[in-house]
Design a protein around this ligand. Sequence first.
Ligand code: C2E
Ligand code: CA
Ligand code: CA
Ligand code: CA
Length: 276
Amino acid sequence: AKGDGRGAFRFFEPELDELMHARRNLERDMRDAIARGEFELHYQPFVDAATGEIRGFESLLRWHHPQRGLVMPGEFIPLAEENGLIVPLGEWVLRTACAEAAKWPADLRIAINLSPAQFRSKELVRVVVGALANSGVAPHRLELEVTETVIMHDSEAVFTALGQLRGLGVRIALDDFGTGYSSLSFLQRFPFDKIKIDRSFVNELSGTREEAQHLARAVVRFAVSLGKTTTGEGVETKEQRDILREEGCVETQGYYFSRPMPASGVAKMLRRAARA
Ligand code: C2E
Ligand code: CA
Ligand code: CA
Ligand code: CA
């Protein structure tokens, strides 16, 4: 009934207002959070699918908000992309992650997530060169993870930047593979070094829905057939690991091996691995 509709509108209005208020506050807080040292990187290992040896770590951003506690990237990255703060924040991530990786054995790689807005800033190549130079990390140890959305936006500028980065020896990974609109021509045009199979497919590999399972296997096979380093992400069970291994996946990553952890946890894990 009409009356109900109006009632519902009046009911939701304050909630919406509250939501926008919370969002504005978060945005304001974010502006000072870098200077206040509230951001931290956690690191999750990716391992050789056949041997289980650590190949490197992906950096994942965390925000320790003074009032709200731990805030996950899903909550603040979209905001930071909208208000442009992702550019200085992304620069902080690159510098911090490279500085950390400089302490690891030199055969380990560091993977860093990039947002579309970082490509639009035109500063990206300079920032990457700076982070490598300051840390002394060799370019081939750095892996930049981009999703298809990065490439969909203004693809000429992105193509140029990716080409320059690869020219430096930096590796480029396609993240969340299978969730977007990759066509064959697209995969050929952008010379990725690594393809990360989205965890939704990895999850289906051991699921009970037969069709979904077949589709997931097909996605893995397709990725493997492209001849790049293929990484299965979000591996939570041995069964998933075994299937990825059987299909020829090169690397695996997920809670089955390790959750993301602070830099101190990485140091411990590496000491353990060195003794083993
Ligand atoms: P992503 O790059 O796809 O990262 C993988 C996400 O899956 C991470 O969530 C990770 O903690 C989680 N994950 C890893 N293994 C498992 C597993 O076995 N099971 C499950 N259920 N989840 C797993 P997180 O840390 O919350 O990050 C979410 C997204 O935020 C990332 O997705 C990435 O797109 C973005 N992000 C994180 N750090 C950064 C950053 O420094 N810069 C940018 N631009 N984006 C970032
Ligand atoms: Ca990623
Ligand atoms: Ca991913
Ligand atoms: Ca993702």
